[in-house]
Design a protein around this ligand. Structure first.
Ligand SMILES: Cc1ncc(COP(=O)(O)O)c(C=O)c1O
Length: 377
């Protein structure tokens, strides 16, 4: 049971998940091999298109880590990372002993600022070290300015890891998010648009990279009767049980995308004219999966006033990400800052969304916000 009357988001099963789990169990395939893993990978790859090969791993975080391993990131390397994101975008850089270099956002998409990105690259080069990889994020499912970002990373010969953890179903022009960089990552954890309970996929266009990633993710054990290793591996592969859930959830994806869009548009039409509340500008050529419905309040005090007002009525909402360069744990690392991520953090609020949000629940949230008085804060 959830402690909120209206929670932010709750995972829901609707399809054949239990039946698939039972089949996998009856086949004795609980662990990291089995037909559901291959089937899930095929379903995701054909959904993503754009020549994608996908490796199913046990989390989006392990996929990000594996992307850096595949990109050859080693101790002391510099890796650029969007600052306005969840901690999992940066932690794998630190697991590798590399140095994250944070770059701030722009306000159109809330994602990586291309102008600041180029400034950061030039400055790192002037300091004597060219970053090897850039981790860009499609925050809350909204695509980053990929055309500009790709132009810059190609110019400086920097590999691009696309953290599309929350962006399954988002599109940038005619391409699906996660398929535009050298490596892409999608998460299927419990709060995502569809779930495998926990899990993720690493996306590449190179079959050999996929094969290598799968081998490393299964302890790098060689195909020999005895235990033989030529590399240091990881225990990162998705289980057949998780994939069995994923195969069923993939059938729900189109419906979930429609639902999220409807919920977001209802918030926008009902709250768009409320004093002090605004929404991000939508750009015609890109489409967000609306993983989260976020609003911008007029100030930090206004955001906290609304959040507490909702909390008192049993409605869960949450401030958007605090920029990583502002977090104590990452304070020692270099950052290129224009103030936008901080500005967003102070004003942004995520509202309840998800398959279990009824029309009545959403109207309850909307009415509560309409009843707040921004002028008094
Ligand atoms: C932007 C971003 N990157 C990475 C992750 C990590 O994914 P996972 O929870 O599957 O490890 C998340 C998870 O929410 C995320 O939002």
């Amino acid at each position: 049971m959830h402690r909120y009357k209206v929670p932010l988001t709750v995972a829901e099963i609707q399809g054949d998940e239990l039946k698939n789990i039972q089949i996998a169990m009856e086949q004795g395939m609980f662990a990291t091999s089995g037909d559901y893993i291959n089937k899930f990978e095929d379903l995701v790859a054909s959904y993503l298109r754009n020549d994608s090969c996908v490796a199913a791993l046990n989390s989006g975080t392990s996929c990000l880590h594996m992307a850096l391993v595949m990109a050859g990131i080693e101790k002391g390397d510099e890796v650029l990372c969007q600052s306005f994101t969840f901690s999992a975008s940066v932690n794998p850089i630190i697991y590798q002993g590399a140095i994250p270099v944070f770059v701030d956002s722009e306000r159109d998409t809330w994602n990586l600022c291309p102008v600041l990105l180029e400034t950061a690259i030039k400055d790192r080069i002037a300091n004597g070290k060219k970053p090897k990889v850039m981790v860009v994020v499609h925050a809350y499912g909204r695509p980053a300015k990929m055309k500009e970002i790709l132009r810059i990373v190609e110019k400086y010969n920097i590999l691009l890891v696309e953290d599309a953890a929350a962006a399954l179903g988002s599109k940038y022009f005619d391409k699906t998010c996660g398929t535009l960089g050298d490596f892409g990552v999608v998460s299927f954890n419990g709060n995502k648009i569809i779930t495998t309970s926990a899990g993720g996929v690493l996306i590449t266009k190179d079959k050999k990279i996929k094969k290598h990633a799968v081998s490393l993710a299964t302890q790098a054990r060689e195909l020999k009767p005895h235990y033989e290793y030529n590399e240091v591996g990881y225990n990162y592969r998705m289980t057949n049980i998780a994939a069995a859930i994923g195969v069923s959830q993939m059938q729900l994806l189109d419906e979930r995308l429609k639902e999220r869009k409807r919920i977001y548009e209802t918030y926008k039409s009902e709250l768009g004219r409320v004093a002090g509340i605004s929404f991000v500008n939508e750009i015609e050529e890109v489409s967000s999966n609306h993983w989260m419905s976020c609003v911008l309040c007029s100030s930090k005090e206004h955001r906290e006033y609304i959040r507490r007002f909702l909390e008192e009525r049993g409605i869960e909402s949450r401030p958007v990400w605090k920029p990583l360069h502002e977090q104590k744990v990452y304070a020692e690392y270099p950052s290129y800052v224009n103030g936008n991520a901080k500005w967003l953090f102070e004003r942004g609020l995520m509202l309840p969304i998800g398959p279990n949000l009824t029309v009545d629940d959403q109207m309850f949230v909307i009415d509560a916000i309409k009843n707040t008085r921004p002028c008094s804060v």
